[in-house]
Design a protein around this ligand. Structure first.
Ligand code: IN0
Length: 438
């Protein structure tokens, strides 16, 4: 559906979309005058769109540190992702990347498009990095070192077991959570969060990306990228690529639901991490991607379109999430609602139905027990035309579930876009045209 069509179907999107466009314009105007910082912020805008907006919430000092952290990781990922670099060249670069960031003269040309510019002009990132406070530099160095070593390990290793899957996601995303928590602590605005909770924040995002991007990754040229663990997909098909063939649709959707059920494990930790944040700007920065993740999982669950194209949240819904996520009550509300949507999509004949429902119910229990569901001022799907929001009285939930079951179709909430195979990021940090406002 075109932009106009989407807007006519969801007029409630107009205001948040306009606000988002204004925020994007405002953010672009705020690009700092120093050439190296100007490079870093314009690069951030080019390689990520919603992230570049969400980061604007943060105060200058922390925002600069997070911006550099993001670009350093992006550069590391560009090296990991470039299939034209021979392994014996790539591995030493990954292992030494944490030292290169201190060297203004270092650069390594690889990647394509914006990523090639980032790599060719990496001296701007190093220059900006060297201007950060020592606490920020140490946190970025430490995580870059660990992530580089983890990526090097997985160049030679496939994701076989669920433990491998968690380990790979830890290197490319869990460590991002640990690093961000260190940056928040270094800013003096937050206590240091427990590593296990920080790790779950990254895993929840990364697993959602891996699920959503099945087709893009499997169709990757010259070589498929495979992140779905064999331990899960081998229960349904002989080869991971078989999931995309129409004759395997039933098995494919069961496998997809298994993957979503696995990702749901991280919901509780995510809620706990967010509930312990104190600074409102840091809270919003962290909460928005997590709400987008559960929204994306709700759309992907039981949805064969994941194997046909890209299933993503409508731009208008993303804009609503960005503007309406302010307090923990909004997060509990959104998690509750999307869990409700997920529950309504669970088919009793699905092999994992019991497990899926019990994980969703556990998350909903946490949301209810927070006591915040009644307090929320607004939450994202209240405005959806055909979605009946969760009632404030839990006893009515059963009636409501039946109503949702009658009216809910995944396509109501998102877009299904046919896509050709393209270059994607292995650690899925950035996809400039995904889930974002115009
Ligand atoms: C991120 C995360 C991120 C943001 C806020 C708090 C976090 C806490 C723990 C872990 C990660 C956290 O957010 C970005 C979001 C992003 O890049 N979105 C894309 C859209 C998309 O769908 O890909 C955009 O264009 O804006 C994220 O996905 N990752 C990330 C990377 C670095 C940093 Cl500093 C923060 C990547 C990943 C792999 C999921 C951790």
């Amino acid at each position: 559906m075109g932009t106009l069509g989407a807007i006519l179907k969801h007029p409630v999107d107009i205001y948040p979309l306009l606000k988002l466009r204004m925020a994007a314009k405002h953010a672009e105007k705020q690009i700092p005058p120093e050439p190296h910082w100007a490079f870093c912020y314009s690069m951030l805008h080019r390689v990520s769109r919603s992230f570049a907006l969400v980061i604007q919430q943060l105060g200058t000092e922390l925002r600069n540190a997070v911006c550099i952290f993001y670009l350093v990781l992006r550069a590391l990922d560009t090296v990991e992702d470039d299939t034209s670099i021979p392994t014996d060249v790539k591995v030493p670069i990954l292992l030494a990347f944490h030292r290169h960031i201190y060297d203004r003269d270092w650069h390594f040309s690889c990647g394509t498009k914006d990523y090639k510019v980032l790599m060719d002009q990496f001296h701007n990132v190093s220059t900006a990095f060297l201007e950060l406070g020592e606490g920020y530099q140490e946190a970025i160095e430490d995580i870059t070192k660990k992530m580089g070593a983890g990526m090097a390990k997985f160049i030679l290793k496939e994701v076989e077991s669920i433990d491998d899957y968690d380990e790979y996601c830890h290197y490319v995303a869990g460590l991002v959570g640990l690093g961000l928590s260190k940056l928040f602590h270094a800013s003096g605005l937050e206590d240091l969060a427990p590593d296990s909770l920080s790790n779950s924040m990254g895993l929840f995002l990364q697993k959602t990306n891996i699920i959503r991007d099945y087709l893009e990754d499997i169709n990757e040229i010259p070589k498929s990228r495979m992140f779905w663990p064999r331990e899960i997909w081998s229960k349904y098909v002989n080869k991971l690529e078989d999931l995309k063939y129409e004759e395997n649709s039933v098995k494919a959707v069961q496998c997809l639901n298994d993957m979503v059920t696995n990702a749901l494990i991280h919901m509780d930790d995510t809620l706990k991490y967010l509930s312990e944040l104190r600074d409102p700007a840091i809270f919003r920065f962290c909460a928005i991607p997590q709400i987008m993740a559960i929204g994306t999982l709700a759309m992907c669950y039981n949805n064969v379109d994941v194997f046909r194209g890209v299933v993503k949240m409508r731009r208008g819904l993303t804009a609503q999430v960005i503007h309406q996520t302010k307090t923990m009550a909004d997060v509990y509300g959104a998690f509750f609602d999307f869990s409700c949507m997920l529950k309504s999509k669970v088919d009793n004949s699905d092999p994992n139905a019991v497990k899926t429902l019990s994980r969703l119910e556990a998350a909903q229990k946490s949301c209810r027990e927070s006591g915040a569901l009644n307090k929320r001022k607004s939450y994202i799907i209240r405005n959806e035309p055909r979605y009946i929001p969760v009632l404030k009285n839990p006893q009515r939930e059963r009636i409501e579930r039946a109503a949702i079951g009658r009216t809910l179709k995944a396509s109501q909430y998102g877009q299904h876009t046919a896509r050709t195979p393209g270059i994607g990021s292995k650690n899925k940090m950035i996809n400039p045209h995904r889930n974002v406002a115009p």
